[in-house]
Design a protein around this ligand. Structure first.
Ligand SMILES: [Zn+2]
Length: 244
């Protein structure tokens, strides 16, 4: 029996994920004649969370399309910014993305994260139950059907990861409103109320205080925040206007 042959090409943004032999324009692929296009794309290394439109001979088709012999398939990347239905936009990060989670929280973005590995099934279930976009560098995790929505994080460097996520999902930014330790929201606290939680030097020098409504941690604005200020300034100048 002849296996149907299709011609498939991936958008350049997807090349880091696609099988090496699929990174150069259009290539021929023998399919089994029964698998859906979604399955074919995933079997070539690209999770469907990263895929935008699928075109067959120039016409858009759903992932359930079963490719037929001779079809020319074009796999596009998700639009940037990508609109995720079901606002508010919230995230869940896997165990390897702790630095990214803290930076998102610094910018006021709701970013759930557990420093211990709770396992793929539990992460996927939480994404579904809490309607959170699951961020990961693990393609197997992003292929799980139960996840609410997902995003592959392309870089292993926190600076690039942050730009990637902010550029892709364009979350509204509200720096200094969320606890970087636990993701709780911050409320203003007056100096007297937090007095006993402060070092003497802090008590004398700084006046702007906030406290986490979830874990009680106290925050203040101080010179030692220079590095965090730089992260916030950079993100706000590039992405601060993108919020709706
Ligand atoms: Zn907290």
């Amino acid at each position: 029996m002849n296996r149907p042959e299709i011609h498939i090409s991936f958008a350049s943004e997807l090349h880091p994920l696609a099988a090496p032999e699929r990174r150069r324009g259009r290539t021929v692929l023998a399919t089994d004649g029964t698998s859906t296009l979604g399955h074919v794309v995933e079997s070539l290394g690209v999770p469907l969370t990263e895929v935008g439109r699928l075109l067959v001979d120039g016409r858009e088709v759903p992932v359930s399309h079963v490719p037929a012999h001779g079809e020319r398939v074009e796999v596009r990347a998700v639009d940037r910014p990508q609109r995720v239905p079901g606002a508010p936009l919230r995230f869940l990060l896997d165990v390897h993305l702790g630095t990214l989670a803290r930076r998102l929280r610094l910018l006021g973005v709701d970013a759930a994260y557990e420093s211990e590995d709770i396992g793929d099934p539990e992460l996927a279930a939480r994404s579904a139950a809490q309607r959170r976009v699951l961020l990961s560098r693990d393609r197997g995790l992003l292929r799980r059907r139960e996840i609410w929505a997902g995003g592959y994080v392309y870089s292993d460097r926190p600076d690039e990861q942050l730009r990637d996520v902010l550029g892709r999902f364009a979350p509204p930014l509200a720096p200094w409103t969320r606890c970087t330790a636990c993701n709780g929201t911050l409320a203003e606290a007056d100096k007297d109320a937090v007095q006993d939680q402060l070092e003497h030097g802090t008590r004398r020098t700084y006046d702007v205080f906030a406290r986490c409504t979830r874990c009680g941690r106290v925050y203040w604005r101080g010179a030692h925040h220079a590095q965090l200020e730089a992260i916030v300034d950079r993100a706000m100048s590039e992405f601060g206007g993108a919020a709706v």
